[in-house]
Design a protein around this ligand. Structure first.
Ligand code: PLP
Length: 439
């Protein structure tokens, strides 16, 4: 018998009101906008989400890593409401306002990377990645961009080109952008080649000989832990070799911390785990505490390369989103969310190791801090991915009261992105449900 403390099951999932909204959605919204669980949210707070039928779920998806400070965080709501009443929008190019400046100052102070930094704001992760590439091209005078297999950088045409997963993201949307080259990601669970610094160095040298000459490359863009690609941490030796080769060849290193940033991995940024010194860092998702905002933070001399007017946009750095982001970051710092992510991670890691040891479908359990994943396979020896079973696990978990999100190029990974304000009781209850869903 499952002991439910936070989860409330008021109706079948989806309930009648969700079903009615789904019917309207089908008429009004194109099928390209998809979803895994056909429920509709009414309200949410902390790590709990209530749907329109009164069902309460423990949220292990967190708006896909956007709610590290929790749903409707009181400090974020208060800051946003105060800002909303004072000044909602000017366009920063028309009249400046302090929250934009203050947020850039804050990001310059906390983002990874040595030296003096500057920041430019955007609306979404994809927009910030686009800006990082523009800045890198301008600063180096080079055109080529290097990305990785299993990468996810967004859905605009440049970032979709940089994204790896062909189905469903890329099908039918080409032609894609020129001058984007792709390296294999060091995916240790599936790697057959040696995994050490010498092997990585040889692979990178071969890549620059056979795919694109190093002196033509503006930047390498890497997620320190692959997000959508399956929560695959880059080995520290790999990052060390990559950073060294970039520096030796005048290539800028761009850390995409859109999903890994803001305490998820047990540090404010994942780059801190290995002392990575990126030239540019891209952030979004949990930066805004639930409001849409993104940023590129980088070494001042690189950031200052683009000409006045070369960077910007109507809504970028919206004052309400800036106020929310400042409140969210302050909350992370004053509530020790990075340390809390470590604690959550230790608990989840222990439980996931048990799943891996006892459940024949759990091929791998991995991650850093509270960014943890299970890789679902048909057979532990062949490691054949099992997308259907993974979807079934996510659907069963929703039925039992936990919202989860899949990942992986082959859709066979279950990832945890719970708000870091989740209580121990909610975490235990959610993990109990996940164990049931895996059976
Ligand atoms: C690592 C990473 N980069 C970029 C993006 C794109 O962000 P957005 O969806 O805000 O455009 C995502 C989104 O999932 C991401 O995980």
């Amino acid at each position: 018998m499952l002991m439910t403390k936070s989860i409330v099951r008021a109706t079948a999932i989806p309930g009648p009101r969700s079903q009615a909204l789904f019917a309207r959605r089908t008429q009004a919204i194109p099928r390209g906008v998809s979803n895994t669980i056909p429920i509709f949210a009414e309200r949410a707070h902390g790590a709990l989400l209530t749907d329109v039928d009164g069902n309460v779920y423990i949220d292990f998806a967190g708006g896909i890593g956007t709610l590290n400070v929790g749903h409707t965080n009181d400090a974020v709501v208060e800051a946003a409401q105060r800002q909303m009443a004072a000044l909602t929008h000017t366009c920063f190019a028309i009249a400046g306002y302090e929250p934009y400046v203050a947020l850039c100052e804050k990001l310059n102070a906390i983002a990874p990377g040595t030296g003096t930094k500057k920041t430019v704001l955007g609306n979404s992760g994809a927009e910030a990645i686009e800006n990082a590439v523009k800045i890198a091209r301008h600063a180096t005078g080079r055109q080529a961009i290097v990305v990785f297999e299993h990468a996810f950088h967004g859905r605009t045409l440049l970032t979709l080109t940089m994204t790896s997963k062909a189905k469903p993201y890329k099908v039918g949307f080409g032609p894609f952008m020129p001058e984007v080259y792709r390296l294999p990601f060091p995916y240790l669970y599936r790697r057959t080649a040696p995994a050490n610094a010498a092997a990585y160095e040889a692979e990178l040298a071969e890549f620059f000989d056979t795919h694109v000459a190093a002196e033509r490359v503006a930047c390498v863009v890497i997620e320190p832990v692959l997000g959508e690609g399956g929560f695959i941490p880059a080995p520290p030796e790999y990052l060390e070799v990559l950073a060294r080769m970039c520096k030796a060849n005048g290539i800028l290193l761009v850390a995409d911390e859109v999903q890994t940033g803001f305490c998820r991995t047990g540090k404010m940024f994942a780059s801190e785990h290995t002392g990575l010194d990126p030239d540019l860092v891209v952030t979004a998702k949990s930066l805004g505490g639930g409001l849409p905002i993104s940023a590129v933070t980088g070494k001042a001399e690189v950031m200052d390369s683009a000409q006045p007017g070369g960077l910007g946009g109507t809504f970028v750095g919206n004052p309400v989103a800036c106020a929310a982001a400042l409140a969210a970051i302050e909350f992370m710092e004053t509530h020790g969310l990075a340390a809390r992510a470590e604690e959550i991670g230790r608990k989840v890691e222990k439980r996931f190791a048990h799943f891996q040891a006892t459940n024949p479908i759990v091929g791998d359990a991995r991650g850093i801090g509270a960014m943890r994943a299970l890789e679902i396979v048909k057979d532990k020896a062949t490691k054949e991915w099992d997308k259907e079973r993974t979807l079934a696990v996510v659907r069963k978990a929703a039925d039992l009261g936990v919202l989860l999100v899949t990942a992986g190029t082959h859709g066979n990974i279950v990832r945890t992105l719970m708000p870091l304000v989740i209580t121990d009781e909610q975490l235990d209850e959610g993990l109990e449900v996940l164990e049931q869903a895996l059976l």
